[in-house]
Every structure is written in C-alpha cells, then in structure tokens.
Design a protein. Structure first.
Length: 455
C-alpha cells in the first residue's frame, strides 16, 4: 500500500490546533471525574507525585510513538500500521493493532455517551435549583430516578451522540478544529472560574492545597502506585487510535516531542485544577475526598446545593463536564470515519452517520444496564460493566503495549529518528530507551494488575 505524503482528510492549520484537538481528546471525564476521587482514595500529594512521574515514563513516550506512527503513515490507524510495516519489510498483521484501537474507541464511546448524557441532564437540573438544600438521600434519589428511567437516559444519550456526530461530519478544519478552538479555551476558563469560586471557601481551600501538593509517602501503597501508572496511561487517550489519526493530520514541520509534552502538561493541568475546584467544596461541607465514583453525581450536588451561588456554579461545573466529554467523543468517532472514507470510499457525512448510528445502537446496552436490563449479565457483569472491563483492562493496555513495541522494535531507528526530527542526541536516545524497555515493562505491570494476575 502506497504511503501518502499528506492525509486526504486535510491537516491542522497550526500546531496549536493539533495541541488543542489532542488535549481535547485526552481531557475527558477521567480528568474531572476520576482523577480527583482516585487522588482522594490514595492519599493526595504523594499520589500526585507518582502520577506525574508515570506521565513522564509512560504517557509522553507512548504519545510520541502514536503521533509518530500517525504522521508517518498519513492514513487511518489500520492503513498506517500496514503501510509502515511494509516499509520496514515486516508482517502486515500489525494492521490488526489499528483495528483493535478503533474497535476499543467504538466500544468506549457507546457507554461514554451514556455517562456524558447524565452530565448533560444535570446542567438544567442544577441551574434551575433542583439540588438547592438537597440531602444525601435526596441527591442519591435524583440520580437514581435519572438512570432508572430508560426513556430519559436514552434521550440524553441521543442528544450527546447527535452533537458529537454534528462536529465530525464537518471534517478536520471546519469540524474538529473549529470545535476544539472554542471548547478547550472555554473548558480552561470554566475550570479557573470554579477554582476561583472554591478559593472563597477559606480554610477548605488551604486544606485542599495541602492535600494535593503536600506529599505524605507513608500513605502510598503498592496499589496506589499501580493506580497512578494505570491512570497516567488512560488519561492521555492512548491505545484507541484517536491520537494516531489526529497525528496523521499533523504538518511535517511540527515537533512531535514538543507537542506531546505540551499536551501532557495541559492534560495534567486540567486534572490538578479539577482537584482544586472539587476538594474545597468537599472539605467545606464536611465530606470525605475518597467518595469514589459517586463524587460527581451525588456528593458534589449536595455541596452545590448548600453553598452561596451553588446553583450557578454547579450548572457551570456540569457544563465543564460535558465540554470535556464532547471533545473526547469526537476523537473516538474520527478513526472509524477515516477508515470508512479511505477504505470504503464513503463520503464523510455518510461515514459519520453510519458510525454514529451503530455506536448509538450499541449504547442502548449501557442505557438498559442501569434499569430494565440490570439483571442481564454475562460473566457476572452487565453489558456496561463488560464493555468497560474489556476496553479499560484488556484492549487499551494491550494496544498501548503493542504500539510501544511497534515504534521501538518494528520500525527502524532511522525511520523513527527521521520522523521525530530530534537527531541522535540525548532526547531521542532517552525516548528510544523508554519506549523499548521502560514503557512496555510499566504497561505489562499495569496490565497484569488490571486482569488480576498480581493478586
């Protein structure tokens, strides 16, 4: 298969367009929903330091590898991996790595859309004062009423998928780029606004600063370190084809190393800002930071319902969640759309509607997992639980591991050096050492832990 010099879908107009798009892909519910509560569960500051170290040894090298493969191949992940394997006189079986990434993104968006739909549903509820003065039982009841009603849950899932498809149909420059140019600055502005609001909690804000940035390594456990490694891998949207296909639209003159570091810093900044926005509210209301997954949809509404201005700032917070989810969702649709356009000759509009429609249908399994189908199980899991386990615990870490092996061992050193344009100095040699040895080892440890091999 001939390797094109430029993607048929177009290119990002500037390196900042790519940075915003890739950051949008990386920044999602995991940064704003998951990072604060796993930090709370694992002791705060010491966990943050380990997490940052894991970003450096796992996240950045692997992101560079994905972008490198995408830009050198200039096609969808399946075709790029096939072309590059042919260039190196290796088996084209590597194309199935691209297929697995696309499929993982397909599965993830099917349930991600349902969760994002819940955040969408909370925007009007919060703005109109539904949570004003709410009790813990009341907040739990409101959330239960939403997820137990398949019609309402389906409606919000449908709305979220429609706005996602709408962006992707418009192409790289007019759809993806224009949307992230608006969404990402808006997301950062909302986060900073919420941090400013949280700063007015006085002692609670000071306590949050100590909690996040004052390390107590006695609170770290082996499981905490594994959790930090796992989240560092997942938070950057790696292993699902999104960064690879975005990399295929990256202009040749742009430094892959610089943009990868910038994206990682921005993604981590969102997670830390989310912690600074959320923990003061938790502490100010006498709640525990390790509340788990109920922190967003049950704990925080109580906090917003009892604080001055909580009605407005609570609505803004859920708007932030939707923006984060939306920017991630468009990146999950793009790889399959690129494949349909390149391999099946479809127009972008038709390809996006087909992909979006199938993802929407698959999402019905997750919708029903919360209500009428909660007793439909396989291997003791609901459809939602099964899809989540399959993607997060198997497909993504396996995909990340194989990407590291492909970039580090299948591609010739001269090929990766040429694409990264770093010469053969310290930075390139450090990346090569990490991607060949350290990153794969770390992913294998995470993988083994996720599937229960480490007890």
């Amino acid at each position: 298969m001939a390797r094109p010099s430029k993607s048929i879908h177009g290119e990002w107009t500037t390196r900042w367009a790519f940075i915003l798009a890739a950051t949008g892909s990386a920044v999602g519910l995991g940064n704003i929903w998951k990072f604060p509560y796993i930090t709370g569960e694992n002791g705060g500051g010491a966990f943050v330091i380990v997490y940052l170290a894991c970003i450096a040894i796992i996240g950045i090298p692997l992101m560079m590898a994905e972008v490198l493969i995408g830009r050198r191949g200039r096609q969808n992940p399946i075709n790029s991996l096939k072309s590059l394997a042919e260039d190196e006189n290796k088996s084209t079986v590597w194309r199935w790595l691209g297929a697995m990434g696309i499929l993982a993104g397909f599965f993830i968006l099917s349930y991600y859309s349902v969760i994002a739909g819940q955040a969408l549903a909370y925007i009007p509820r919060t703005f109109f004062g539904v949570f004003e003065g709410v009790t813990p039982d009341g907040a739990a009841s409101i959330h239960a009423a939403l997820v137990s009603d398949p019609e309402r849950l389906l409606a919000w899932h449908t709305i979220f998928m429609l706005i996602t498809v709408l962006v992707v149909t418009r192409g790289v420059q007019h759809g993806l780029e224009k949307s992230v140019r608006f969404m990402m600055p808006a997301l950062f502005m909302i986060l900073i606004l919420l941090v400013g609001y949280a700063a007015n909690t006085g002692d609670a804000f000071t306590r949050s600063l100590h909690f996040l940035f004052d390390p107590d390594f006695s609170k770290l456990t082996a499981n905490s370190i594994l959790t930090a490694m796992g989240h560092a891998f997942f938070t950057l949207s790696l292993g699902m084809g999104a960064i690879m296909v975005y990399g295929s639209y990256l202009p040749k003159k742009t430094s892959i190393f610089k943009v990868s570091v910038t994206i990682s810093v921005m993604d981590t900044s969102v997670a830390l800002l989310a912690g600074l926005a959320i923990f003061p509210l938790v502490f100010a209301n006498g709640m525990e930071p390790g509340q788990g997954s109920s922190l967003i949809f049950q704990t925080l509404p109580i906090a917003f319902g009892h604080m001055p201005g909580g009605q407005f700032f609570g609505g803004i917070f859920f708007l932030l969640l939707v923006f984060a989810a939306w920017s991630s969702a468009i990146s999950l649709v793009e790889p399959i759309v690129a494949w349909l356009v390149e391999n099946k000759g479809m127009r972008r509009m038709k390809a996006t509607l087909l992909a979006g429609g199938i993802i929407w249908l698959l999402g019905l399994l997750t919708v029903f997992s919360f209500n009428v189908g909660q007793h439909w199980t396989l291997f003791g899991q609901t459809a939602f639980g099964l899809l989540d386990y399959l993607t997060a615990n198997i497909m993504l870490p396996l995909g990340g591991l194989l990407i590291a092996l492909f970039a580090g061992w299948v591609m010739k050193q001269s090929s990766s050096s040429d694409e990264l344009a770093l010469g053969n100095g310290f930075v390139f040699k450090s990346w090569l050492f990490l991607i060949r040895y350290i990153t794969p080892t770390a992913i294998i440890i995470v993988f083994a832990n996720l599937i229960g091999l480490l007890g």
